[in-house]
Write a protein that binds this ligand. Structure first.
Ligand code: C5P
Length: 311
């Protein structure tokens, strides 16, 4: 018995970061956008007593932890515990295309995919709202990987409101050498705010809100208008920790991208192109520039984690 789930990566077309809360998280106005660049997670019933085992293939497979820290393994265990299952013998194979520690929620995507795959494998029929709650326990970005499309994430990113969107947008992602730690980038954001004298606590920083111009651009299907208002409050922190990203952003813009920003906490850089041909040209120019390890042209929005095959 085998179930395969396809799950998208995300880019944040707006990442508004509020102050540091007492619980160590930041309140966000986080406009998630799901793209076709994605992973596949295949769940196979394991021999009795084997527990949860993992394997991974793909260009970054060596960087994927295959122990209990992997969100896919934690998701399988959490789902089993929620239903009081005695046995959790399952092998999860991750076919990895999403950059690892790249700011595209690849680990979160695998967690979401494992929830959906194990739910189908174990024939649990868990209601969608319960899967969303379990996803939020796993991490701030996991619920969005279940939902896909375009959504506003409030709170630490886990309180989701689907947003109206028209059309297909063409993206390019430039993958950097090595990842960035999300907590380290949030810490650097706080440090830069302290250095600038604005303060970093939630009592000092205004709670961010979704940009009405950005919501209108998405609803209208206007890529040029969207490109003009892309923002990421974590970008100064990512650039501070990885100054070379400035050259990547410049290379994509010079190659004709209509918008450029760091994806989430980075270091992947995201570029919006006016159509599919322009995206291929930007990707080729980025590869030739030597300012990134790889560049992928893709599109979105696409749906969240969904079963593609089972037997
Ligand atoms: O929720 P997740 O496990 O993905 O978060 C990883 C880390 O990123 C948190 O421990 C925190 O340091 C930081 N974070 C944050 N504010 C958020 C989301 C994440 O500070 N809204």
């Amino acid at each position: 018995m085998t179930v395969t789930v396809r799950v998208p990566a995300k880019v944040n077309v707006q990442l508004g970061v509020g102050g540091l809360r007492a619980d160590g998280f930041h309140d966000l106005a986080n406009v998630f956008f799901a793209v076709a660049l994605g992973d596949e997670v295949t769940a196979t019933a394991g021999e009795p007593g084997t527990g949860v085992t993992l394997s991974c293939t793909g260009p970054d497979a060596d960087a994927v932890p295959l122990d209990d820290s992997n969100l896919a393994a934690r998701a399988a265990r959490l789902l089993a515990a929620h239903h009081g299952l005695a046995a959790t013998d399952v092998h999860l194979h991750i076919a990895k295309a999403i950059p690892v520690a790249g700011g595209m929620a690849g680990g979160s995507a695998d967690g979401a995919a494992a929830l959906v795959a194990c739910d189908a494998l174990w024939k649990l029929g868990t209601p969608a709202e319960v899967l969303l709650e379990l996803a939020a326990e796993l991490g701030s970005d996991v619920p969005f990987a279940l939902v896909g499309g375009v959504a506003l994430g409030r709170g630490r990113g886990e309180i989701l409101e689907p947003l109206p969107v028209t059309g297909t947008y063409h993206w390019v992602f430039a993958v950097a050498d090595g990842g960035l730690s999300t907590p380290a980038v949030f810490r650097e954001c706080d440090r830069l705010r302290e250095e600038a004298g604005t303060g970093s606590a939630d009592t000092e920083v205004a709670t961010p809100d979704a940009d009405p111009a950005l919501l209108a651009a998405l609803a209208d299907g206007d890529a040029v208008a969207l490109a003009a208002v892309l923002t990421n409050d974590l970008q100064p922190a990512a650039l501070s920790l990885r100054p070379a990203l400035a050259a990547t952003l410049r290379a994509g813009t010079e190659a004709g991208a209509i918008g450029a920003l760091v994806s989430g906490s980075g270091p992947t850089c995201a570029f919006l192109a006016k159509d599919a041909d322009a995206a291929e040209a930007v990707a080729a120019a980025l590869r030739a520039s030597g300012s990134c390890r790889a560049a992928h042209a893709t599109h979105g929005p696409v749906p969240g984690a969904a079963v593609t095959a089972g037997e």
